[in-house]
Write a protein of this length. Structure first.
Length: 232
């Protein structure tokens, strides 16, 4: 009985690179349901996140308080990147009723935001971009468009970890670029919408970045100490 040639069998085996359209998903780093993405070069634990949360009521001073707090941090010689995260499903503030939400403030890159961004710019003396302004509408649009492209590998797309993963990615992207292209030391975030539960959860889990950074330093310190003892 003739034996099959193992070499011929291996040549016919399809690899992810030979599958065309599916190859882009085979290279995905989302091998598990744990999803906490970060841009290339992001150092976990280097950026501290300061969160200001209020109610659904406007005009209470949350924006002024957040920008004033950021100003105090900046005056200590630290780098700061403010961001406002809205809970409404609008993509930006351009279609909002100014009598209900206030006048629109247009950033230098054309992004239509609300007046809090103008307060941040004036108090901090920084030019902000669309990366400093996020709405729930932007987050959900990004998630749904990615799901339609098959970017989640057929998984059940849920608030946690996928929506919160996009929120954390936005925060970390701002942290990477908010200090003239360098990673900032502090990100002051302002959110006044009680319905933005995904934003709150995402920012709460960012605190583990600090613990990760501390553990990494401890491991490196123990390694150097062990090498020093070995050389002695």
């Amino acid at each position: 009985m003739p034996q099959s040639d193992s070499s011929d069998h291996s040549d016919n085996h399809e690899t992810p690179d030979s599958c065309g359209f599916l190859s882009q998903f085979g290279k995905s780093e989302e091998s598990t349901e744990w999803h906490s993405p970060a841009p290339a070069g992001y150092q976990r634990g280097m950026t501290k996140f300061v969160v200001v949360i209020g109610t659904v009521m406007s005009g209470l001073g949350k924006g002024i308080f957040a920008s004033s707090l950021a100003k105090l941090i900046k005056d200590k010689g630290l780098s700061v990147a403010p961001i406002k995260m809205e809970g409404y499903l609008n993509i930006d503030s351009g279609t909002l009723n100014p009598y209900r939400h206030g006048e629109v403030f247009v950033l230098a890159d054309g992004c239509e935001t609300d007046m809090d961004l103008g307060t941040y710019e004036r108090i901090l003396g920084q030019d902000l971009t669309r990366k400093n302004f996020v709405t729930a509408g932007q987050i959900y649009t990004e998630v749904l468009e990615r799901e339609r492209r098959g970017g989640y590998l057929g998984r059940d797309v849920q608030m946690i970890p996928h929506v919160t993963g996009v929120v954390k990615m936005r925060l970390r992207e701002l942290a990477m670029t908010g200090n003239n292209g360098k990673q900032v030391g502090h990100s002051v975030q302002r959110n006044g919408e009680g319905e933005a539960a995904g934003n709150i959860h995402a920012r709460a889990t960012c605190r583990y970045d600090v613990h990760h950074h501390e553990r990494q330093n401890d491991v490196e310190g123990d390694r150097e100490e062990a090498l020093g003892d070995r050389q002695q």
